[in-house]
Ligand binder design. Structure first.
Ligand code: FMN
Length: 292
């Protein structure tokens, strides 16, 4: 990677063209929108709402299904010129294994599994996300890792847990090669004039600058629990936010909602990081650490 900035999943990566554009705009790596075995319509509108310093969304993981996404991924892998990360989710352990098997066929740089969504096997009631129960997180990692073959596996964790370090340890123990932390924070916004939630789904995920301190704390907790690389994601909008992620223990830095807040966001964050490093006398990223 020419810089440590990774386009986060779902924000700009539904098509191969968008992934290529993010790379051209300066992302060091790009992640595709999470997809599933079957196409999903997602939730109705309003599904995204953003204000001064945050975004809330309940898109409902709309996607055209893995077979169509594979074409988008092939296009991105051929044209982006940066590593492409393929993101997958499913309803069951078996779904995740089948998704990883399909995705490895296009040889992405990394397969990322989004395990933060509620899941339900046909006929069963909706269960807690795999990311919220250490045993489930380990099991989904194990089956996915086996299905990934030679492609390394990144597991994306949820902040909506009491001890993210425990979950991180479980997925590392089950064979994860990297961790992405964090997904969006469970939230709700109410329009008091209309006396109803702003999102059609009522509840959604909060992202953007407002969640940055939550993400930094989560990455710090994950770093204290595991040795594997971490893509620190959540509210990174400026070079200083990205530096804070690295100081918390991240290896690379995810950027998602910031594209709604700043133009040329990847180039500007990278430039701000460079200026910070020059001013403080850092020669390489690995020197960026908290004071002992
Ligand atoms: C509109 C939107 C859609 C998202 N879709 C996905 C998704 O499909 N898969 C996933 O793992 N994360 C998804 N995310 C979460 C982001 O990848 C990221 O983890 C989160 O937004 C925090 O980072 P940010 O504050 O930089 O956006 C989505 C976020 C937003 C705002």
């Amino acid at each position: 990677m020419t810089n440590p900035l990774v386009l986060a999943s779902g924000v700009w990566g539904l098509t191969g063209g968008n992934l290529v554009r993010a790379a051209k705009e300066g992302a060091g790596a790009v992640t595709s929108k999470s997809c599933s075995l079957q196409p999903r319509r997602g939730y109705g509108n309003p599904s995204v709402f953003h204000w001064d310093n945050a975004v809330i969304n309940a898109m409902g993981l709309c996607n055209p299904g893995v077979d169509e996404m594979l074409d988008e991924l092939r296009f991105a892998i051929k044209n982006a010129g940066v590593p492409v990360i393929a993101s997958a989710f499913g309803n069951s352990f078996d779904d995740y294994a089948r998704m990883c098997e399909k995705m490895r066929s296009v040889k992405p740089a990394l397969i990322e599994i989004d395990i933060s969504c509620p899941h339900h096997e046909p006929g069963k009631k909706v269960a807690k996300p795999f990311a919220c129960v250490a045993r489930d997180a380990a099991q989904v990692t194990e089956v996915s890792k086996e299905a990934c073959g030679k492609v390394p596996l990144c597991v994306k964790l949820s902040p909506n847990v009491s001890d993210i370090g425990e979950i991180a340890k479980a997925v590392e123990g089950a064979g994860a090669d990297a961790i992405c932390a964090i997904n969006s924070v469970k939230a709700m916004v109410i329009d008091v004039d209309a006396r109803r939630p702003v999102l059609a789904n009522k509840v959604g995920g909060l992202s953007g600058p407002a969640i940055n301190p939550i993400a930094v704390r989560a990455v710090y907790d994950v770093r204290n629990a595991v040795e594997i690389p971490i893509i620190g994601t959540g509210g990174v909008t400026t070079g200083r936010d990205a530096i804070a992620m690295l100081m918390a223990g991240a290896t690379a830095v995810g950027v998602g909602s910031a594209i709604a807040f700043r133009d040329r966001v990847f180039k500007r964050i990278a430039e701000e990081m460079e200026i910070f490093m020059r001013d403080k006398g850092y020669a390489k990223l690995s020197q960026i650490k908290l004071e002992e």
